[in-house]
Design a protein around this ligand. Structure first.
Ligand code: PLP
Length: 391
């Protein structure tokens, strides 16, 4: 069945990579140009300038030809030294991966355990930093939107907690699945390195990683001793000044990024965030009407990017996802590591509208029935009511 032609669009409702809009696909389908020529310089100067608006910063943002994982490594290797301590929070699968990466670089991670249903706790940040009189902790690292659980950590409150503790640690935030979807403010929250990438809220294919860099992080990079070469900010920032890169950039992805920035700035970032909030709320209304449970426990931490839904004990979320793929040509996110088989994730981020969400939830509701997952009907209707009410 999967090999046969399936009419209509594939519904790519995983929380990244997300649906790439036609306008971006068309922008990328242009000949690759000389990356040392004047036309390229003009393109990249514009992109580097406008990208700052997405991070809400007036500081530089660097662009790597990389996945998000590369941008994680860049944040740590530019600012830290072997044996430095960092404070991290076990919010879910992605926080656990970042921790493992830090460990492999020779960084000592103080990992605060979590139940994968809540964000990083600002009170724990304050306590841990207040106790650290010797200022052994060099950075606090938080995943803003934990993509494995659909839980958003409250970065503004974490910044306040760090200020109350009066501790000099740097603040690093992974915004890979929140950038251009959920309110984030690099400057206002005095984040030191914001990590992002292309294939989630920015609506692009995979292949670009980002670091937004504060002055304090730049200063830390002068004395940081971890080895780095490809990720080194210095050459990147130096060549970026004239619109160039120290090595071959992902030219066609930059064409796509130009289009993505135009689309986001035309819609307006606040409208983008409101749209994602509306879709998150409507999805949760559907889940509740089905009688199922949302993975996120704290309403202050609900995600506008995705919703992780728990399936009742004795039922397999992956068997359900297989039914949805085969019958409706729709991909839903799987449960990662310890949530495997226990949750499915509905991605509602990026290039997404109310009717697309209604279609997605209809596919889920029909799939629940076909896969024999116990539920009540009426989830789609509850979502439609919520969407109507929001307009
Ligand atoms: C997707 C994701 C990553 C990993 O990004 P890659 O591009 O796969 O390397 C890291 N953190 C979060 C929060 C993510 O959603």
């Amino acid at each position: 069945m999967l090999n046969a032609y399936q009419p209509g669009n594939h519904f790519l409702q995983i929380p990244g990579p997300t649906n790439v809009p036609d306008r971006i696909l068309r922008a990328m389908a242009a000949p690759t140009i000389d990356h040392r020529g004047p036309e390229f310089g003009k393109l990249s100067r514009g992109v580097l300038e406008d990208l700052r608006r997405i991070f809400r910063t007036s500081n530089p943002v660097v662009i790597y030809p990389s996945s998000g994982t590369g941008a994680w490594e860049a944040a740590l290797s530019n600012t830290l030294s072997r044996g430095d301590h960092v404070l991290m929070f076990e919010t879910g699968h992605f926080a656990t991966l970042w921790r493992a990466l830090a460990g492999r670089l020779g960084i000592e991670v103080d990992f605060v355990p979590g139940d994968w249903r809540r964000g990083a706790d600002p009170e724990v940040v304050e306590t841990r930093l207040t106790e650290d009189k010797a200022h052994r902790i060099k950075a606090v690292c938080v995943v803003h939107n934990e993509t494995s659980t659909g839980v958003v950590s409250r970065i503004g409150e974490i910044r306040q907690a760090m200020d109350r503790a009066n501790h000099p640690a740097l603040l690093f935030v992974d915004t890979i699945s929140s950038l251009a979807s959920i309110d984030f403010r690099h400057d206002e929250w005095r984040v030191d390195v914001t990590v992002g990438c292309s294939q989630k809220g920015l609506m692009l294919p995979p292949g670009l990683g980002f670091n937004a860099i504060s002055d304090k992080a730049m200063k830390a990079s002068e004395t940081a001793a971890l080895p780095r070469s490809y990720w080194r900010w210095e050459e990147m920032l130096e060549t970026n000044k004239n619109g160039f890169f120290p090595y071959t950039p992902a030219t066609n992805l930059l064409y796509g990024l130009r289009a993505a920035l135009d689309m986001l700035l035309e819609e307006g970032l606040d409208a983008v965030f409101a749209r994602h909030d509306r879709h998150g709320e409507a999805t949760r209304q559907a889940v509740r009407a089905w009688g199922l449970e949302v993975q996120c426990l704290d309403e202050r931490e609900f995600s506008g990017s995705l919703t992780a839904v728990r399936v009742p004990d004795g039922h397999d979320a992956d068997a359900f996802r297989k039914v949805v793929l085969e019958h409706f040509n729709m991909s839903l996110g799987n449960g990662l590591s310890k949530l495997q088989g226990k949750v499915f994730r509905i991605g509602h981020l990026g290039n997404f509208s109310d009717p697309m969400l209604a279609g997605t939830l209809a596919g889920v509701e029909m799939g629940l029935e076909l896969a024999g997952v116990p539920h009540r009907s009426g989830g789609v209707q509850a979502a439609l009511d919520s969407l109507k009410g929001a307009h």
